[in-house]
Design a protein around this ligand. Structure first.
Ligand SMILES: Cc1cc2nc3c(=O)[nH]c(=O)nc-3n(C[C@H](O)[C@H](O)[C@H](O)COP(=O)(O)OP(=O)(O)OC[C@H]3O[C@@H](n4cnc5c(N)ncnc54)[C@H](O)[C@@H]3O)c2cc1C
Length: 503
């Protein structure tokens, strides 16, 4: 490993050292890291971007809004770019590492207070470093009957980081940005903005009414680099009196289109109230198996091998997990209806399945995906499809073809809404193998091009791929994002390169 000193771009060693002294005076000696060894965890990647391009020059970890404002003053003056993270576990999208080399990581983990939970309205107000685990422990300790919706790595990660990435979970509150309400944001000139109703003196509706008065600004601070978000309001689901999770088994690989077309009306009418997840057998097999037990031939694992391994474990080529929530009578009433709808389409429905993510149980069970190949490589390829069978089938065909050429196993876990499907495809590879890492990188770029050529855009991407994905979303979008950048961060020091937005 190369442990050379990394400097912010265009900043000399002397200027940087002076700035470090000033930053230490603000946050304390222990909360600034600038030695190469201390920075290693912040530059560690899972995705197949080039390590060199994403090494930070330092880390500064404030404990308050006032400290953030003081840090910004120093960094604007010295022209040191800051890459903000809340818990910094954006695994498979860049973890804590910056989009461009030499940024300092603004690590907000120390700001981890749960500021308020309103048990009546089902809202919370949290700081960036609060994890889902911490929030759930708090709710349970206080006996507050609210459920959390969290992403799979819930115990480790933050509502703030996940929501600002527009990430998701699997309950009816699975769209995290849609279920956020009110932000506090520090701009690079130190301005403190409270969005929505937050600017009203003495407000008690900041976490109740999103839109406030005038333009609705919250979206500007997601997947962007316009500010440092220091507080976030959340909507939490009243604990349902009952819920039942179902596994729908689709018996043939080409059942995918039929599965999607069966699910769509059930989601559009809210009979199925949650995203649920439609996974292919390869993804399901990462739970019980390692790849090497099933296949040691060349190239991507053949579909026939996957289907045989799945069959031996009682699993079909496609599995859809969803839940019904509410009063037991209502669930009992809807159960035969949904079962019939799926059975008419040739699927088998198994009720009373256990899925932690749909049941308010934090767990790290999906981390078994890393055992598939070993070597710690993971990147998410995340195109969006309309919820139509033909489109999801086409996306599957395109991804299989491209990934197959690079020897990467096709996996997907689609989260299905009434109108859009987030077709989230984990690409798992051995990152200790340079050739495989390069193949994964090239494969990802080719996937972006192939999907764009077919008219598809993306829900999210990771560092190393942001400029490419931004280009797909059109020049006018890019240019307006750039104008907003100049208006809100004229110094251009916040997270250059995030979502393809540069100073
Ligand atoms: C096995 C596995 C399963 C996963 N499953 C899911 C899943 O189900 N759903 C899902 O959404 N993700 C999933 N992920 C991806 C990822 O780990 C989560 O999205 C995680 O919540 C992001 O990390 P974080 O919360 O620490 O965010 P952070 O890393 O703290 O933040 C993410 C990004 O948001 C921005 N940001 C963060 N905080 C601020 C701030 N205060 N102000 C301004 N900008 C900020 C930055 O650009 C930052 O890079 C999974 C990862 C793995 C390995």
């Amino acid at each position: 490993m190369n442990l050379e000193r990394v400097l912010p771009p265009g900043v000399g060693a002397r200027t940087f050292d002076v700035a470090l002294v000033a930053l230490r005076a603000v946050v304390g000696e222990a909360h600034v890291i600038a030695d190469a060894e201390g920075l290693v965890p912040y530059g560690r990647l899972m995705l197949p971007a080039e390590d060199f391009n994403h090494q930070p020059s330092g880390v500064v970890a404030p404990a308050s809004v006032e400290e953030i404002q003081a840090i910004l003053k120093i960094c604007v003056h010295a022209q040191i770019p800051l890459w903000t993270v809340s818990t910094g576990r954006n695994f498979g999208y860049g973890s804590a590492a910056p989009a461009t080399r030499g940024q300092m990581v603004l690590d907000l983990r120390r700001m981890n207070r749960i500021l308020e939970v309103d048990a009546e309205l089902g809202t919370a107000l949290v700081e960036p470093g609060v994890t889902y685990q911490q929030l759930q422990d708090h709710l349970r300790a206080q006996g507050i009957p609210l459920w959390l919706d969290f992403p799979a790595p819930g115990p480790l990660v933050s509502p703030m980081g996940n929501t600002l990435e527009r990430g998701g979970g699997l309950t009816p509150y699975g769209d995290h940005f849609a279920n956020s309400c009110g932000m506090e944001v520090v701009l690079s000139d130190g301005t403190l903005l409270r969005t929505g109703m937050g600017g009203v003196k003495g407000t008690n509706t900041w976490q109740a009414f999103k839109y406030g008065y005038g333009p609705y600004l919250d979206g500007l601070f997601t997947q962007s680099n316009y500010g440092v978000v220091t507080k976030l309001g959340l909507w939490l689901m009243p604990a349902p009196p009952a819920h039942r999770t179902f596994m729908v088994q689709w018996h043939r690989d080409d059942d995918l289109a039929r599965a999607i077309d069966t699910i769509r009306p059930l989601r559009l009418t809210n009979v199925i109230p949650n995203f649920g997840v439609l996974a292919n057998a390869t993804l399901v097999l990462t739970g019980p198996c390692r790849r090497a037990e099933l296949y040691d031939g060349p190239g991507a694992i053949p579909q026939a091998v996957v289907e045989k391994a799945a069959r031996e474990r009682g699993l079909p080529p496609w599995v859809y997990l969803f839940s019904l929530y509410g009063r037991q009578e209502q669930i009992d009433l809807d159960t035969p209806f949904v079962t019939r709808e799926f059975e008419k389409a040739g699927a088998t429905v198994i009720p009373n399945i256990h899925d932690p993510m749909q049941s308010n149980e934090l767990s790290l069970q999906t981390f078994s995906i890393f055992n598939w190949t070993g070597g710690g490589g993971l990147v998410w390829f995340s195109p969006v499809a309309p919820t139509r069978g033909a489109d999801c089938a086409l996306q599957t065909q395109l991804a299989r073809e491209v990934m197959g050429r690079y020897g990467i196993d096709f996996m997907t876990g689609m989260t299905i809404n009434g109108r859009e499907t987030l077709n989230v495809m984990p690409m798992v590879y051995d990152r200790s193998d340079a050739a495989k890492t390069l193949a994964a990188r090239r494969c990802y770029h080719e996937l972006i091009d192939v999907f764009a050529a077919a008219g598809y855009g993306f829900y999210r991407t990771g560092i190393g791929f942001m400029d490419h994905v931004a280009a797909v979303h059109g020049e006018a979008n890019r240019a307006v994002a750039q104008r907003l950048k100049h208006a809100l961060d004229p110094a251009g020091i916040l997270a250059p390169g995030k979502s393809g937005i540069h100073p």
